[in-house]
Write a protein that binds this ligand. Structure first.
Ligand SMILES: Nc1nc2c(c(=O)[nH]1)N[C@H]1C(S)=C(S)[C@@H](COP(=O)(O)O)O[C@H]1N2
Ligand SMILES: [Mo]
Length: 435
């Protein structure tokens, strides 16, 4: 496997955080947070003569748009900074590239459709659904071709799943690099999928006894052929035509995508047009150098499909600094595991000396994002914030040092190490590492 030829390897341009300062942080940090609050004493900052109270605003004076003005609603113009962003130096060309979910601006567990990160190998295919077909071929009793209308006559189901690119956090393997959870962790999204259980379609075609693998292929010009073991295909995979209640977005594979719950994003083939049943993994034929994890000794891990337990604090974070000074502070973040549900998230404010159990809030669904909070009374001193997730199978999110000890620093994929945010006294937040 040739590393230089891997298009996903980032062209590192920024220097990692200054190691001398990192030591200083570890040595000199004073625990900055008091006990978690039960009743919050938020003292609203009301100033005498506040124009928001004393002045009549335009929206109070004039009629607004009518119900015919916005047939498809979009966010308030005041939210215009909440957008997907890319990192220009990361890839040579935006057509084969990635952008990132603005995790620091979101709450709850569902990613709005227009903010789901995009990863394309050959740009967005604009597919006419009337011309779209899904073919099931290969080692089956009865090869089948479905139209979209055919697929919508199968019993359907709704499931909430996260999708994480295996390269998420891949730029952080050698040290803190990108200043914001949008960039360090934003290759993940979580939506409600509506679709048909893949098992139903495979049963319709009748998989032969030696049919052990599926080759999934997309209709875009990259085709994005991926091999999927039959046990997974028959377990919880879906072919989905809707996300968050509406048709898939073109960016996410309209009109049809494969859903491979808990497994790395590259297998979730978009614009899905063909499923070929075979007796061996296509990996063995043509893809031996892709989606492997290169170790320090030159060997590579392969077939690392499950996305490991992981979490990140989304606020405060470098793009979401603390602007209100000391007092009550909501620490909020996301946790997820490809194994199932999250059973616990611990949060530290002092770089890992003391941990508190965060409050998981909202639905706890297997292979979906989980939202956690820790409500603290910030005394205004420096914080080193970290979160550590534990999944229902007992897997504990490792530190970055533990990961590097196990895998070296040549990897791109599967970096689920604990993230550190350095909150300064003025509320500015920076991506750092502590050891
Ligand atoms: N047909 C097709 N499917 C694809 C891709 C692609 O380029 N073409 N990219 C894959 C990769 S690497 C990832 S991480 C996910 C990203 O899904 P998203 O764009 O919905 O975030 O789609 C996967 N499916
Ligand atoms: Mo990916």
């Amino acid at each position: 496997m040739s590393r230089a030829s891997d298009r996903k390897r980032p062209l590192v341009s920024a220097a990692p955080a200054d190691p001398s300062r990192r030591q200083l942080l570890t040595a000199g940090l004073v625990a900055g947070a008091g006990a978690a609050l039960t009743g919050l004493a938020v003292r609203p900052a009301v100033a005498a003569g506040d124009p928001a109270i004393t002045e009549i605003q335009d929206w109070n004076r004039y009629l607004g748009d009518g119900v015919d003005a916005r047939p498809y609603g979009t966010p308030s113009p005041f939210e215009s900074k909440v957008v997907r962003r890319n990192v220009a130096w990361l890839t040579a060309d935006p057509v084969s590239s990635v952008n990132f979910t603005p995790l620091h601006e979101l709450d709850g567990i569902i990613t709005p459709n227009g903010l789901c990160f995009e990863r394309h190998h050959a740009g967005i295919a604009e597919v006419d659904p009337a011309m779209h077909r899904l073919m099931i071929s290969g080692l089956v009793d009865k090869p089948l071709v479905f139209t979209m209308a055919d697929l919508k006559r199968f019993p359907r189901e709704n499931r909430v799943y996260f999708l994480e690119c295996a390269a998420n956090s891949g730029m952080e393997w050698r040290g803190a690099q990108l200043n914001g959870c949008q960039f360090t962790h934003g290759m993940v999204h979580c939506v409600v999928y509506t679709g048909v259980r893949l098992r139903l379609l495979l049963e319709e075609a009748g998989v032969k006894a030696n049919g052990k693998w599926l080759l999934a292929e997309g209709a875009d010009s990259s085709a994005m052929t991926r091999s999927i073991p039959m046990e997974k295909a028959l377990d919880d995979c879906m072919v989905a035509f809707a996300m968050n209640g509406e048709a898939l977005r073109p960016e996410q594979g309209y009109p049809l995508r494969l859903v491979v719950p808990g497994w790395e994003g590259n297998m979730w083939v978009k614009w899905l047009r063909r499923l070929e049943v075979g007796d061996m993994a296509w990996h063995h034929r043509e893809e031996t150098s892709k989606y492997t994890d290169l170790l320090a000794n030159g060997k590579a891990r392969r077939f690392t499909w499950v996305m490991d337990v992981k979490s990140v604090i989304t606020s405060p974070s470098p793009q979401a600094p603390v602007t209100h000074g000391r007092g009550p502070l909501v620490i909020s973040g996301l946790a997820w595991s490809g194994n199932g549900t999250i059973s616990r998230v611990d949060v530290t404010t002092d770089g890992g000396r003391n941990w508190k159990t965060a409050r998981l809030d909202g639905p706890s669904l297997p292979k979906a994002l989980h939202r956690f909070y820790l409500d603290i009374d910030w005394d205004g001193s420096e914080l080193l914030l970290q979160s550590r997730a534990i999944d229902a199978d007992g897997f504990v999110q490792p530190t970055k040092d533990e990961l590097r000890a196990a895998r070296g620093e040549n990897s791109i994929y599967h970096n689920n190490g604990i993230q550190t945010w350095y909150v300064k006294a003025d509320g500015v937040v920076e991506n750092v590492e502590v050891s």
